[in-house]
Design a protein around this ligand. Structure first.
Ligand code: S3P
Length: 172
């Protein structure tokens, strides 16, 4: 069983994944790192600039395929994985999906100094992207967690609580 965190850029997937992995004694996997390693580039930004977003998405699909048979890991996904159903199909083979939801205002505040995310440099198109993607995050989520005003620890604890309830359901 794996834990998959989805959500928009800046939703807190990376920090929550690290803490969860520590608490569960699972390994943590940052999908972006694997995507980058599978490319010939030095940064995600460079993949976007030199190869284009479609190539980046292809690499994401290849990475998800490789991850479909790992076990006992917490996976922090890139914010755009919900744009390709096949990625979620791969990840869901062994994982439960948690959507970390934060408002666009909160995300904009968190990422106000961000210079590395290619799809967050123009705030207006990022806001449109947020609106466009929201129903997809909800569609693929097994569980939704509202992160607004909560600490990383609180969010991680909510994931664990939901996981426990889910596991207890299976026992009855
Ligand atoms: C993307 C999100 C990024 C990264 C890439 C594209 C997106 O990951 O995968 O820049 O399309 O939302 P984070 O969600 O970790 O920022």
């Amino acid at each position: 069983m794996n834990i998959i965190l989805i959500g928009f850029m800046g939703a807190g997937k990376t920090v929550v994944a690290r803490l969860l992995a520590k608490k569960l004694k699972f390994k943590v996997i940052e999908m972006d790192d694997l995507v980058l390693a599978s490319s010939r580039r030095k940064s995600i930004n460079q993949i976007f600039q030199k190869d284009g977003e479609i190539r980046f998405r292809e690499l994401e699909i290849g990475t998800a395929k490789k991850l479909s048979n790992v076990d006992s890991v917490v996976i922090s996904t890139g914010g755009g994985v919900v744009m390709n159903k096949i990625i979620l199909d791969y990840l869901k083979q062994k994982g439960l999906v948690f959507f970390l939801q934060a408002s666009f205002e909160t995300i904009r505040e968190r990422l106000k100094d961000d210079a590395i995310r290619p799809l967050f440099q123009d705030k207006k198109s990022a806001s449109q992207l947020y609106k466009f993607r929201l129903p997809f995050y909800k569609k693929y989520a097994d569980f939704k967690i509202l992160t607004e005003g909560k600490s990383v620890n609180q969010v991680a604890q909510e994931v664990l609580d939901k996981l426990k309830k889910y596991e207890n359901l299976g026992k009855n």
